[in-house]
Design a protein around this ligand. Structure first.
Ligand code: GPV
Length: 844
């Protein structure tokens, strides 16, 4: 295009002042020392490991910013269609190691800090996790950001800048979970860029008055106005300049305090209104898989959560629209330039909000506005569990967002008219499909709103997407046609979940495949080349030795953090995920007790032939989820008893590792021989940790559920351990439990024996656990009594397989080799191509 005119001042003076990305160790040490000296006001005399981490982070951040600036300028110039990923959760974990990996500067930084007297591994440990999420849903968002940038796709994330992330989990001496706050912003956060000039006003409450001119417009005024301030987090791609953006909103009072109240001498009320504005982004809600009406929150808690959702969607939409308007295109072109992905129903208010802007502010007709909306949004569903489907009480929505309730009712009216036209006289269908559920109070069904307001809807694994089509959204498939309802099987980023967390294995793979790491880490199907080496004894030995060192690393971690000694000459069996009845940690712990009782009943000679095993659990329970907390308590107390039993402790150890996090997962996953993904069939939408374990050569013990099925399809059924009833049987089994219950002693004597030992106090006061045990004895909604025997049989098969160590290692290699499909690069490219219609836009 020839030379462009320099924007301002003297080009040479500008250019002389600009930095590039550091390349040499000497540039890096210079930048490090410079930051220690000026940004941190420290010197060699008083720089500790934490300060050194901060100096390294600031040096890396400068490099990221160079690329970030170029990427954003490139996007502005080329103006490609962009996607916006709206998620209430981004479970990022630590950043420094990932930033250096993606910049290609790991080695240089390591050498640089060594010259300055530090050890990189120690510095990395000083970083605190950014834990703005609960579990799989939030971590998926983080993997997708990494893959978008790595694949050079123009995607921005939008979320909230919570002052407090997911709570810190403590375990009391009795085994109870205690929650402590996570003030992660206590120290300065080098990974964000405050954009104090990027602000929007967001309104709550007030009144909405429809105009009398028949235009359908309304005027919404009064109420509370809160400011949204942007904080940008740089998202570097792997081995590319592309560095995308994650914009997090923080709330603040519109004015420091309400001058009117202040003048009237009511100082307290003035301060209170500013408190309530700040409260909006104060804390991440710790309820996973729970709609607010089950979250045991007071009305204030529910209202605050609704305000969070609206605050975030309103600020994000205003920002997206401002960016679009800067291009000068007509508003009707909006869907050609912006695709908005709704990560679950949490951002669904974006649908009525965009309608409001288009109708009340842009003065479009209803039909024009609806046309734009339904070509802009895409909705991902992450669960079919009824209790997790979001609903908001109509009176609450009316109070907080009066104009949006009007719009929701209008959407519903036009929608139900159309349904009635297609299915005349089918009143049941209308009631089932309505956006409003009848009752006291009436409720807005957010999944229905997200569905009809979106261009496409997807589930997160094949089975789950089929269940979406045939259960919760069946009527909508019949009404709108099946082609709107698709599947994008989840994925995980191989950068963090293989190269970073298991660099020895990654190096062995590179050496063996003779393919550059930067190639196969972005084209994970290349792992298949490992299959050719399963018969290579030397390769198998190296493979096994790395697993062993990863176990030792985990054992060291447990030793230093908990003071406990874990034996490493044993099979490591791991279940790490949020505590939830459907995930059936209870099945696992009852299986452990069964194993313990079996070992106890053996002679020493019999025992000595048994497989040695260490079982690990980790995971948080929602603070109000009583049964989940009781499960933790049982695990901790079983561990206390069996780890102290001299008869069995050489053969069975059990640990509950507190405060599960991304960083802890990075140590646990590479150390696992077998991991458990044992949800009742049809309940786990996908699972993503199953993919991480298998990518690291851990085998899978699981039910025929979620992405387990697709993993087995890839690695072959003889390399996974499946058990339990299948999805189609579940409904029937539940019916049997409800109407023809069989006493547990009759149905499953092995399980009955375990429950009786718990009741009788083998692990401390048995009475404590009655409410947990009763969920199995009565109702047994998650079908433990149906699956227990086949679970125990599957565990025995795992033991047998492990005894043939050579064959086990082959299975492990085959598993890793066939995991290419589960890269989040594949998933994000599917969204970009089949949903958003985006193109790769490299920095030129
Ligand atoms: I809904 N998921 C989650 O972590 N939290 C939630 O509130 C809901 C869903 C999870 C699913 O349980 C997993 O199966 C899935 O892999 C993950 O979302 C990402 O899709």
């Amino acid at each position: 295009t020839g030379k462009e005119k320099w924007p301002k001042g003297e080009e040479e003076v500008w250019k002389a002042g600009m930095r590039g990305v550091d390349k040499d160790v000497s540039d890096i040490t210079k930048s490090f020392v410079n930051h220690a000296q000026t940004s941190l006001a420290r010197q060699a005399y008083n720089l500790d490991d934490f300060g050194a981490y901060e100096a390294a982070a600031l040096a890396a951040r400068d490099d990221l910013l160079v690329n970030w600036n170029e990427t954003q300028l490139n996007y502005t110039r080329k103006n490609p269609k962009r996607a916006y990923y709206l998620s209430l959760e981004f479970l990022m974990g630590r950043t420094l190691d990932n930033a250096l990996l993606n910049l290609g500067l790991k080695g240089e930084f390591e050498e640089g800090v060594k010259k300055l007297g530090f050890n990189m591994e120690d510095l990395l440990e000083k970083e605190r996790d950014a834990a703005l999420g609960n579990g799989g849903l939030g971590r998926l968002a983080a993997c997708y950001l990494d893959s978008s940038a790595s694949q050079e796709i123009p995607v921005w994330g939008y979320g909230l800048r919570y002052q407090y992330g997911i709570f810190q989990q403590l375990i009391s001496p009795e085994g109870n979970q205690l929650e402590a706050p996570d003030p992660w912003l206590e120290h300065q956060n080098p990974w964000e860029l405050p954009r104090l000039d990027v602000t929007y006003e967001v309104r709550f409450y007030g009144h909405a008055e429809r105009s009398s001119d028949g235009s359908g417009r309304a005027n919404w005024s009064g109420g509370q106005e809160v400011m949204a301030v942007a904080y940008d987090v740089m998202i570097p791609g792997y081995n590319t300049k592309t560095t995308n953006n994650l914009r997090l909103w923080q709330s603040k009072p519109k004015r420091g305090f309400d001058l009117n109240s202040f003048n009237a001498g009511n100082y307290e009320a003035a301060v209170e209104s500013s408190n309530s504005a700040a409260a909006i982004t104060s804390v991440l809600y710790p309820n996973d898989h729970t709609s607010t009406d089950l979250a045991n929150e007071a009305t204030v808690g529910k209202e605050l959560r609704l305000k969070q959702q609206y605050f975030w969607t309103a600020a994000s939409l205003a920002d997206i629209l401002r960016r679009f308007k800067n291009t000068g295109k007509p508003i009707t072109d909006f869907p050609d330039y912006a695709a908005i992905q709704l990560n679950d129903t949490h951002p669904t208010l974006a649908i009525p909000e965009l309608m409001r802007i288009l109708i009340d502010e842009e003065e479009l007709s209803w039909n024009q506005a609806w046309q734009i909306v339904t070509n802009t949004f895409f909705y991902t569903n992450h669960t079919v569990l009824p209790e997790a489907l979001e609903k908001w009480a109509v009176p609450l929505v009316e109070h907080v967002l009066p104009r949006h309730l009007q719009i929701i009712y209008d959407i519903n009216m036009y929608f139900l008219q159309a349904v009635e036209k297609k299915f005349p006289g089918d009143r049941d269908r209308l009631a089932r499909m309505s956006l409003i559920e009848e009752g006291y109070p009436k409720q807005v069904r957010m999944a229905h709103l997200a569905c009809i307001g979106s261009r496409k809807v997807n589930g997160v694994a094949e089975l789950h997407s089929e269940l979406v089509r045939t259960t919760i959204l069946k009527d909508f498939v019949e009404f709108e046609g099946v082609s709107k309802f698709g599947n994008v099987t989840n994925g995980v980023t191989p950068r963090r979940w293989l190269d970073q967390c298991n660099h020895e294995l990654s190096d062995l793979i590179t050496k063996t495949l003779k393919i550059e790491k930067k190639v196969w880490l972005k084209d994970l199907a290349k792992l298949e080349g490992l299959l050719a080496f399963t018969e290579d004894k030397n390769f198998r030995e190296q493979w096994a030795a790395i697993k062993q060192r990863n176990k030792e690393r985990l054992a060291r971690h447990v030793q230093t953090t908990l003071g406990l000694t874990v034996r490493t000459d044993a099979m490591f069996d791991v279940q790490i995920k949020r505590l939830h009845e459907y995930k059936r940690q209870t099945l696992n712990i009852l299986g452990v007790i069964h194993r313990y009782l079996t070992l106890k009943s053996m002679t020493p000679a019999e025992r000595s032939k048994c497989n040695r095993k260490v079982v690990f659990f980790a995971g948080k329970a929602a603070p109000a989820y009583y049964i989940a907390k009781l499960t933790i308590r049982l695990i901790v107390n079983v561990a206390r008893v069996i780890n102290a039993d001299a008869d069995t402790k050489d053969f069975l150890q059990l640990y509950f590792l507190p405060d599960y996090s991304v960083s802890l997962a990075e140590v646990l996953i590479p150390a696992s021989d077998i991991s458990q993904h044992i949800s009742t069939a049809g309940t786990e939408a996908s699972g993503t940790s199953n993919m991480k374990f298998c990518l690291n050569g851990g085998l899978l013990l699981g039910t025929v559920d979620g992405a387990n099925i697709e993993i087995a399809e890839e690695v072959g059924e003889n390399n996974v351990f499946f058990f339990g009833h299948l999805t189609p049987a579940v409904e029937d089994l539940r019916y049997q439990h409800a109407y023809h219950p069989v006493p547990i002693e009759q149905k499953c004597p092995a399980l009955a024996k375990v429950l009786n030992e718990v009741s009788a106090g083998m692990f401390g006061d048995g009475g404590v656990y009655e409410p947990l045990l009763n969920t199995i004895r009565q109702g047994d909604y998650y079908l433990l009594t149906d699956d227990f025997d086949s679970y125990i049989a599957a565990l025995a098969m795992v033991d047998d397989a492990y005894l043939d160590r050579d064959e086990w290692i082959k299975k492990s290699i085959r598993t890793t080799a066939k995991m290419g499909k589960f890269s989040s690069d594949r998933a994000i490219l599917e969204y970009a191509e089949s949903y958003w219609n985006l193109e790769q836009t490299p920095v030129s």
